[in-house]
Design a protein around this ligand. Structure first.
Ligand code: IFM
Length: 658
């Protein structure tokens, strides 16, 4: 098995959405869905731009913008498809398709340059078999949008350079796609604003095209773009690759996860972070959730601290939006957006789901009640500072952020007159199927952590514990305790949302995703291995894993009590989320398909913190491995307080080399 190669045989347009995620390429500035060159918007083709948002006319939801597709290419008069392969080289982010038609062979390769953020290189090889073939390639101006259209005043130009330019509806942000190529075309063709070059091909033919997004056209060749691109990838892997010995599938799957994380890291922009669906499209409004701080930060903190700092800085920069949100609800301090968009503004609405039965928007409480979000920011900041030793970030806004979040919690807290502890009522914890609950254990701990870090002396109410089991929120144990299968059997529609007060899970103990398990993992020193085990055994059968954020927390938990065998399937589930596809694509009538960066970040956490057992003990990194049977050795580089280190783990011994 080649641990750097993803291959799919056979031509199946029904797989376009899954393959679009599976074969994504990207360079942090943009993500290019892994669709075929001849596909158009109905197949979810997208060049998705990081951090560029728009609200289209008459739409309530803002979402990120897709650029006109400069990668379009198709053959005419080629007959039927005889064989077809789509492949992704995940070491260097190179997408290739090879198709044998009745009358020609076609191979197209492409990569989004890691060295030149605005640039995509494409090479088209056509080998006619017995009759002349026509190649049409250019810029398809019909852009896939979920809540569009976003591109206004579109116009196109053709000549040596093809160009389609437009401006966004809301803020007139210029968006352009340009294309150059290394051969003269036979004719130009236009369709609406789309513009194509046409080549009549009689002999084997190689065409190099360079597509630039929001930048001046680049005249170059595929080969010359490839070298700096590959060099950049080499450096990224040198600083991050986790080497797994003994288990090729685990190696491939983890490489794949980390490939995605590298593709979406916003190395080139300021005040940009990572959206919950990465750069795979407009789902979840392209917004940044707690996924980044809790599930992605460990990867970047350990492998690319400068990028991790940027991610925190995005939140510091977004404090104004968090102050505004707190004020909107009558609170002090900083209440961070649940779905953060450009500038740290809130993208989440009060009606985030559409009911499948009535097609009416449903009141959801993610925006106003999922208050653990502010504590998640403080947690990520402090973890970053502990691992990197970057105390300066505290002066550069970290302290302000922490104090502002603490102020928010103090103003949001509830105190009974006869008690001296603070409570947090009417909240939503990580388990979104139970809305408006009191004293969610995870939320309370995040609030307490924030108050501690801000130097405020207040006690927050601790969770109730029954026989070692932490009650997820007040009254949870009294809910109907039935199996996942029974709850599932109560569904009346495959797309039905399980949460909200009328959802099938709401009155039961079935939870959407790791909640208590997230708590015990994020605060490992406060829970013994035995505590973790008891809670794992209780909560796992009650967890639907309806979010891709869930599996990694259960894997990490299982490693705590030495059960790598229980962790391993959750590891593969996290690492292969986008490779295997098949995750939930609908929340009610709202489309939620796309890639799952948090699962990818979770896979990295499982490998390093779970299987490797990497943790800070006092001020020193240490290992406490829990290797699955199939893995005989694990090595990985990481940065600790400015120094490169390497963890070496086998079943017999382990060490950290600096
Ligand atoms: O942040 C998550 C949330 O925890 C569950 N629903 C999806 C969000 C984005 O991944």
């Amino acid at each position: 098995m080649n641990p750097w190669q993803i291959v799919r045989e056979g031509y199946n347009p029904a797989e376009a959405a899954d393959n679009g995620n599976r074969f994504l390429i990207g360079n942090g500035f943009m993500g290019i869905r892994g669709t075929l060159e001849e596909y158009r918007l109905e197949n979810q083709v997208a060049i998705n731009l990081a951090g560029v948002y728009d609200r289209a006319k008459n739409q309530t939801w803002r979402e990120p913008v897709n650029a006109p597709n400069g990668l379009y290419a198709s053959l005419e008069n080629v007959g039927n498809i005889i064989s077809h392969t789509q492949a992704l080289d995940i070491r260097y982010g190179i997408h290739t398709r090879e198709t044998m038609y009745t009358h020609a062979f076609l191979k197209i390769s492409r990569f989004a340059s890691m060295a030149e953020p605005n640039v995509i290189y494409q090479q088209i090889i056509v080998e006619p078999k017995n009759s002349p073939i026509t190649l049409v390639c250019g810029i398809d101006a019909d852009v896939w949008d979920i809540n569009g259209p976003h591109l206004m005043d579109m116009h196109s130009e053709g000549g040596e350079v093809l160009k389609v330019s437009a401006t966004t509806y809301e803020q007139n942000i210029p968006i352009s796609t340009s294309e150059t190529c290394n051969k003269p075309h036979d004719e130009l063709r236009t369709m609406g604003h789309s513009i194509y070059r046409v080549f009549h091909i009689k002999e084997p033919f190689v065409l190099d095209r360079v597509i630039t997004i929001n930048a001046a056209p680049v005249f170059s060749t595929y080969e010359s773009g490839l070298k700096p691109h590959k060099n950049t990838w080499e450096t990224l892997w040198k600083n991050s690759q986790v080497k797994i010995i003994g288990d090729e599938n685990a190696q491939l799957s983890l490489n794949y996860s980390m490939y995605h994380l590298h593709c979406i890291a916003p190395r080139h922009g300021d005040n940009v972070s990572i959206a919950a669906r990465g750069l795979s499209g407009q789902v979840y409004k392209g917004a940044v959730f707690w996924d980044t701080e809790i599930f992605l930060m460990p990867f970047f903190t350990l492998t690319e601290p400068a990028l991790a700092r940027k991610l925190i800085h995005y939140r510091i920069h977004g404090l104004a939006g968090a102050y505004a949100k707190a004020k909107e609800y009558g609170f002090d301090g900083a209440f961070f957006p649940w779905e953060s968009q450009d500038g740290g503004t809130e993208g989440c609405t009060d009606f985030n789901i559409v009911d499948v039965f009535t097609n009416r928007p449903v009141r959801t409480f993610f925006r106003d009640k999922q208050i653990h979000i502010s504590g998640d920011m403080v947690y990520a900041l402090c973890q970053y500072m502990d691992w990197t030793g970057d105390e300066k970030l505290w002066q550069d806004g970290g302290r302000t952020l922490t104090e502002a979040c603490a102020k928010f919690y103090l103003s949001r807290a509830y105190q009974r007159v006869h008690r001296d502890t603070l409570e947090f009522t009417d909240v939503v914890g990580p388990d979104e199927y139970h809305e408006r609950v009191d004293n969610n254990a995870f939320t309370n701990r995040m609030a307490a952590y924030t108050l501690e870090k801000a130097g405020m002396k207040h006690t927050v109410r601790k969770p109730r514990i029954n026989n070692g089991i932490i009650e997820q929120f007040d009254g949870y144990f009294a809910l109907e305790d039935i199996s996942l299968d029974i709850v599932r059997s109560r569904l009346k529609h495959p797309k039905e949302y399980w949460g909200t007060q009328s959802g099938v899970a709401f009155a039961t103990q079935i939870i959407k995703q790791a909640d208590v398990m997230a708590l015990v993992n994020l605060f490992p020193s406060e829970f013994s291995d035995e505590d973790v085990k008891k809670n794992w055994l209780y909560y796992e059968p009650r967890t639907e894993h309806g979010s891709s954020l869930s599996a990694c927390m259960y894997a990490l938990g299982a490693c705590r009590f030495g059960r790598a065998d229980l962790a391993y399937p959750f590891f593969l589930k996290s690492a292969r989320a986008d490779l295997d596809g098949g995750g939930k694509s609908w929340a009610g009538n709202v489309y939620i398909g796309g890639t799952h960066p948090a699962a990818a970040g979770g896979a990295y956490m499982i490998a390093t913190q779970g299987f490797g057992g990497l943790r800070l003990n006092g001020n020193q990194p240490q290992l406490n491995p829990c290797l699955p049977e199939s893995i005989t050795a694990l090595t990985f580089p990481f940065m600790f307080q400015g120094k490169p280190m390497e963890a070496h783990i086998t079943r017999e011994k382990h060490s950290i080399i600096s």
